[in-house]
Design a protein around this ligand. Structure first.
Ligand code: SF4
Ligand code: SF4
Length: 350
């Protein structure tokens, strides 16, 4: 029998879990959850495993990723055990388990450490600019290459090994054997869920939130492509310039709505925001806003005398690429997509 750790509940509180020990196992949460099925029943089972501290079962489970945090379970829980937030905190905890560097867990658990990390990156950017005598042309040239190198390095050295660890925990430990052909044939599931997050449409009254997320994901990926591969800041092509404006404006508008919702706490998902949630939405908002301003400054021909604008953008970008993407909430987007893929594979193995 797998190990039981009574102290696990305390550890999980560092990832945002609230009051889940109050659960008396009535099952209401599972009954009201529109995504829970007899084959894949949650969140009650996850609460029991968390109360008992059955880490191995939790690490091998995909169920925390099958929840899209509509909050219905929390609303109807008679014990205010907050099952929706428990599922969210399990996703954060799993992220730290997949991460081979251990930095993800450290940053989730410590706000001061996160602030230090953000400051170090900012100091790095300013030091680099100073080493180039604040020459706008050189800094923007290297800034463009930084985006490409950072994306490649983060994927190759952090995210890819982490996905392999997730695969090991979930697929290898399940003991189910699948052929390479099945992996390839099922890979469509990965991309469908990555781009559409269609499973979240199964949550009641979630259409608008799904639409916002969909536009945000498409806008974010397209802006990445436009700046990195179409060189938005350097391009003279009117179509590329307008495309970048539209994408950054979309990101800005949607993230303003997300920030507003977290401040007003008007949705269940935004009632218990952790620092990692704030960093994610605020940095996404800042990326859209600063990208838009930098490109406007370039268009107006005033960027050389206002290099500070580009340095702010580069700092936000570097913090996003080096902290939030590899270790923060951005990873949920990636792990959830792979969870859907692994889930489809496991279904074929049954
Ligand atoms: S509804 Fe609340 S008390 Fe009932 S099983 Fe779910 S978390 Fe526990
Ligand atoms: S937050 Fe929504 S999707 Fe997640 S377990 Fe609760 S009811 Fe189900």
């Amino acid at each position: 029998m797998a190990g039981i750790d009574p102290k696990f509940g305390e550890a999980l509180k560092n990832y945002g879990a609230i009051n889940f020990n109050a659960c008396y196992n009535c099952g209401t949460c599972t009954a009201v959850c529109s995504l829970s099925t007899p084959e894949n029943s949650f969140p009650r089972e996850m609460i029991r495993l968390s109360v008992l501290g059955m880490e191995e079962e939790l690490t091998s489970s995909l169920k925390p990723w099958l929840c899209y945090y509509c909050g219905e379970c929390t609303t109807y829980c008679p014990q205010t055990a907050n099952p929706g937030e428990l599922m969210m905190s399990l996703r954060r905890w799993l992220t730290s388990k997949y991460d081979w560097t251990g930095l993800s867990g450290l940053l989730y658990k410590s706000l001061p450490l996160t602030i230090v990390a953000f400051l170090l990156v900012a100091i790095g950017v300013i030091s680099f600019a100073a080493s180039q005598a604040f020459n706008s042309e050189t800094i923007m040239h290297y800034g463009h290459y930084f985006e490409m190198i950072a994306i490649g390095a983060v994927f190759a050295f952090i995210l890819f090994p982490n996905i392999i660890r997730m695969w090991y925990f979930v697929m290898v430990r399940s003991g189910k054997k699948l052929s390479l052909t099945t992996y390839v044939k099922t890979s469509g599931e990965l991309f469908i869920h990555m781009f559409t997050q269609k499973r979240s449409l199964g949550c009641d009254d979630n259409q608008f939130r799904w639409f916002e997320h969909f536009i945000l994901v498409i806008g974010y990926l397209m802006l990445l492509f436009t700046t990195v591969f179409l060189d938005w800041f350097g391009s003279q092509n009117l179509f590329v310039i307008l495309l970048g404006y539209v994408e950054s404006a979309l990101i800005f508008i949607i993230t303003v709505d997300f920030v507003k919702s977290r401040i007003q706490k008007n949705r269940e998902v935004s009632k218990n925001s952790q620092p990692s949630d704030w960093f994610f939405v605020i940095w996404l908002l800042l990326m859209g806003l600063t990208a838009l301003l930098v490109r406007s400054f370039i268009g107006l021909g005033i960027i050389e005398n206002n290099l500070w604008m580009y340095l702010i953008h580069l700092t936000v970008l570097a913090q996003w690429a080096l902290i939030i993407v590899p270790f923060g909430k951005w990873t949920h987007f990636l792990y959830r997509s792979f969870a859907m893929y692994f889930e489809a594979l496991l279904a074929k193995a049954n």
